[in-house]
Design a protein around this ligand. Sequence first.
Ligand code: NOJ
Length: 565
Amino acid sequence: MLRTGVRLLALALCVSAGGDFDWTKNEKTSFYYGTFPTGFSWGVGSSAYQTEGAWNTDGKGMSIWDVFAHKKGKISSNETGDSSCEGYYKFKDDINLMKEMKLNHYRFSVSWPRILPSGLRSEHVNEKGIRYYSDLIDLLLNSKITPVVTLYHWDLPQVLQEKYGGWQNASMVGYFNEFANLCFERFGNRVKHWITFNNPWSISVEGYETGEHAPGLRMRGSGAYKAAHHIIKAHAKVWHTYDMKWRSKQKGLIGISLSADWGEPVDVSNQRDVEAAERYIHFYLGWFATPLFHGDYPAVMKEYIGRKSGQQGLGASRLPVFSPQEKSYIRGTVDFLGLGHYTTRYVTQKNYPSSFGDSYFADRDLAELVDPKWPDPGSEWLYSVPWGFRRLLNFVKTQYGNPMIYVTENGVSEKMPCTDLCDDWRMQYFREYINELLKAVRDGVNVKGYTAWSLLDGFEWDEGFSERFGLYFVDFRNKNKPRFPKASVQFYKRIISSNGFPSQREVESWKRKAVETCSSSNQLLAADPLIGHMEMVTEIVVPTICTLCILLSAVFFMFLLRRRL
Ligand code: NOJ
C-alpha cells in the first residue's frame, strides 16, 4: 500500500512532547520498565484473503479480491492470494504455533463468500465453509486461545460488487447484517469478541478513491465518502441486531477496528500546523470514530468538505449527511474500539486550490512529512515512530470518553526475504511500540489487549508477497508453505510471559526469591531486566530446581538403600 502525499523533510527535531499525559514534555525516548495489568490479553492477527488460500475450494464464491488480484497490473509481480499460506488446510499447525507462544487471543476474519458464495443468505449457505470456521474456533478454544473474529476484512462477495456496486450501494447495509447474523447464529455460542469492519478508511479510500485496492474504483472526492457512510450504517445495524437478538444469550461484544497514523504538527507553536495535524486525525480516525461515539462526522470534515463542494459549484456537500434519526441510531454502537496503528507523520498546513479537483486528500488542506532519521525497515509508508502510538491512544481517551480499546494491529514488515530469520528491527519495533502502549496504559488509557500483526507472512494486498509482516516466515516457493520462526517469535513470547517489561524493582524481588531457593543462579542473571528475569525463570531457575530435586532424591534414596543393606 502506498500512502499518497508523503514528502521527505529534513527536520531538526526539537518538537516537544510527552505524559496524565503532558503533551509538552519530551518523553520520546525513555524506556519504561513495568508490567501490564493482570488479565491483559496478548495475541496475533491474520485475515482470510491474506492467508487462507483455497480461493475456489469447497464451494467458496469469488470475492472482489479474487477478481482484482487476477487482473494484470494490479498487484506487484501479478501475484494472487489463490494459495497464499494455505491456512485453510494448515490451521491446526498454526494453532500449535500459537500455543507455543502462549497467546491469549487470535484475531482472524471470516471470508463472507466462503460461507455465502453469492453474498446472500437467501440464496445459499455453504456448510463446508461454516465447518471450517467452526473447527477453527473449537480448536482455538480447546487450546485456551480466545477467538477474536473480524466479519469484514475486505473480501466482499464479487456478486454484490457486480450487481449493486458494492459499498456505493445502501443495500449492502442489509446484506452485511444478514451475513453477520448468520455468523452470530452459527458461531456466537463460542465467539464473544466480534469486529464488524477492519480498517474502513482503507476500504473507502483505497477501494473507491485511489483504486489501489479492490474493487479498484477511482471515484475521487465522493466514492470514499459514500462507501464510508454505508459502512458506518452497516456497523450500527449489526450492533443493534446483536443487541436486540443475541446479546442477552451470547454475552459478546461488538467492536470495529479503525486504523490511524498519528499526526504531529511540524511546529507545535504554529496554530495552523496544530490545526492541520488535528484535521489529519479527524479525517482519518475521526471520520469513523466520531459518528460511532458522538453521532455525526467531525465538525472539521463537514466544514472543509462542505466549503470545497460549494467552491466547486456543487449544490450539496460531497460528504453525505446523517438524518437526526440516523445520528441517534449510530451513536454509542461500539462495545470496544479496535485500534490498528503502525506509523506517524508530521503535518503542516497546505492549501489546495479548488482547481485541484475533487479529492479526499485535497479536502484536508494539509501536507504529510516524515523525518528521514526515522527508521524505515520495511514498507515504504511505515516509519518506526513509537511515541506517536502513545499520543494516538491518549487522543482516543480524551476524544471518545476513554472507551475500552483492543489494539487489533501493530507490527512492521521487511522488504527483503529475511532468510536468516534475524529480524532484529522487528524486535526493536515491538519493544518500543509495546513500551509506549504500556506508558499509555499508565496514563489511564483503557487498553485491554494487544495484537501483533501478523502471525504469518501473507499476501500484502497490492504489494503481493513482497512485504512480510509475519512473526513466522513462510516459504511461498514451496507448495507446502512451511513456516519458520523469526527471532521476534521468542522475543514476543518473552514479553507475553512476563506481561510486559518487569521493572528493576520487580526483577530485584525475583532475584531475592531466586537466591533464597538457589544461590548459584544469582551470578548467571543477564543485565537486561526483561531478558534477565525471563532467562532466569525459564532457563535457569526452573531447570536448576528440577535438577537439584532429582539429585537430592537420588542421594536420599541411595542413603536409604545403604542403611537397609
Ligand atoms: C492493515 C490491514 O488491515 C492488514 O491487512 C495489512 O496487512 C496491514 N495493515 C499492513 O499493511
